[in-house]
Write a protein that binds this ligand. Structure first.
Ligand code: ZN
Length: 474
């Protein structure tokens, strides 16, 4: 393939030849060879393919086939009730996603439970996931379907011996009971390709060899178009040594072991330290979910104790006050953040997060200034899988309502792009470049960089290539 008059490196107009999955030549002018497809770029920017460095493929695919139960689509109890009632006509399981306590206006005294769902949709088994991903709420029909009763021995919450329908931190139990239903990834993968995404890191903590096999087969079927770096639990340790693709391309590789820290129930410190050492001994880095200050303190302490390794990373780093940021740098950790949350959740943060922590929310510039490798991601389905909107938020730091969160943390458009263009296995390191010999993971825009940099949120790539293959064309 020959791409004519494309802009690379934010300004050079060149012809780019792609052959055998790689960039085979770049020059001011290249002659088309017979049989070669020619694409006229018309000065459009040709960028490295984007990488979403933190998302959850299976949940994302499932959520796109699910009922929205929270903001922005559903904001009030009445809206949620009406939306559930409208589902009474069909049967079988109903899966709701994105619930947030603001919908029911919950207080500490009362949260959504089986009885609330029963009032609006008693006839079908319903399960609704909280936006944070750690809580499922099932109605009574769903509990019956799963054989769960007040007297049962299962991980569901009980208050005074009665089931509330709430299940915390136990996706695995639910999945086992429901039977493993693997969602089709084609729709999600095509969507990501349409945004220019050529690689993703799946950060689900309980990924195992079963998920590795499923994703590999989805790639082989052509259903999953992106490269994948797969985080997961210790059961993936032995898989780390699997041979790479014959051409040395990433395709599907094992990533860090994921540690899911959760402030109300932090794991035993000594155990985590031992597990970090175990991951390192198995040749894997460690990645820590840290959305609160306490979780970050815990993770940093454990890494200090166990020792750090190249590739160790902090996911989210949602609250990073200066002294902890210094520690992140001193330990050589990378940070994988979600700038899109500033837009999507910023209005809530401004109301709910303690004033003292507000300046430290989803920091960007401070990490770069400190020399901490910083990468971007969506955390989809908990954030929207829209990398360009996330870049826009990294530049503007504006919420949906237009309010500013941490103006000092704003990035330039080029810095925002770089969050999404580093290799999957080196988030926050130097971005990939469009250069001869590089794997042809590319994304062609409809206009030059100078034009699009002012409105990154509006970017719609024309063409996306993974290893030289077209995975999206507008
Ligand atoms: Zn996540």
């Amino acid at each position: 393939m020959l791409i004519r008059r494309a802009e690379i490196n934010f300004g050079d107009l060149v012809d780019v030849r792609i052959a055998s999955g790689r960039v085979a030549g770049i020059a001011a002018r290249l002659q088309a060879r017979s049989g070669e497809a020619v694409i006229e770029a018309g000065g459009g920017a040709l960028l490295p393919g984007l990488r979403d460095h933190h998302l959850h493929l299976a949940s994302l695919a499932a959520s796109r086939a699910s009922l929205p139960c929270g903001p922005p689509r559903i904001r009030t109890a009445e809206e949620l009730a009406a939306s559930l009632r409208a589902q009474a006509g069909s049967d079988g399981w109903l899966r709701g996603v994105g619930y947030h306590e603001s919908v029911l206006g919950e207080s500490a005294a009362g949260a959504i439970d089986r009885h609330w769902i029963d009032r609006h949709l008693p006839a079908r088994p319903v399960r609704i996931q909280h936006r944070g991903g750690r809580l499922w709420v099932l109605n009574s029909a769903a509990l019956r379907t799963l054989g769960v009763s007040d007297a049962g021995d299962d991980p569901f919450e009980r208050v005074e011996g009665r089931l509330t329908g709430r299940l915390y931190d136990n996706d695995r139990w639910l999945r086992q009971r429901l039977g493993r239903q693997r969602p089709d990834l084609a729709d999600v993968s095509r969507h990501l390709a349409s945004r220019g995404v050529t690689g993703v890191t799946d950060t689900s903590p309980d990924n195992s060899p079963a998920e590795l096999l499923w994703l590999r087969q989805a790639q082989q079927r052509g259903e999953l178009l992106q490269d994948v770096l797969l985080m997961g639990d210790a059961s993936l340790d032995g898989c780390a040594a699997e041979p790479a693709e014959p051409d040395g391309q990433l395709r599907l590789a094992i990533g860090p072991r994921k540690f899911h820290l959760h402030e109300p129930q932090l794991p035993e410190y000594a155990l985590v330290c031992a597990q970090i050492r175990g991951a390192h001994a198995a040749g894997r880095a460690a990645a820590f979910h840290c959305v609160t200050r306490a979780e970050l303190v815990f993770a940093l302490g454990a890494v200090r104790e166990a020792g750090s390794r190249a590739g160790d990373r902090i996911e989210h780093a949602s609250v990073a006050p200066p002294e902890l940021l210094d520690e992140v740098r001193a330990l050589g950790l990378s940070v994988v953040t979600q700038p899109g949350f500033i837009a999507e959740r910023g209005d809530r943060y401004l109301e709910e997060v303690e004033a003292a922590d507000q300046p430290w929310l989803y920091r960007l510039r401070a990490f770069l200034d400190a020399g901490v490798p910083l990468a971007g991601s969506s955390d989809a389905p908990f954030g929207t899988p829209e990398p360009w909107a996330a870049m826009q938020a990294a530049v503007s730091r504006r919420t949906h309502a237009g309010r500013m969160v941490g103006a000092d943390e704003a990035l330039s458009p080029e810095q925002a792009l770089a969050l999404f263009t580093a290799p999957l296995d080196a988030p926050g390191q130097a971005p990939c470049r469009v250069e001869t010999g590089a794997v042809a993971d590319l994304c062609l825009l409809g206009a030059g960089w100078n034009q699009v940099r002012a409105d990154l949120g509006g970017v719609k790539p024309r063409l996306t290539l993974r290893a030289g293959q077209v995975i999206w064309a507008q």
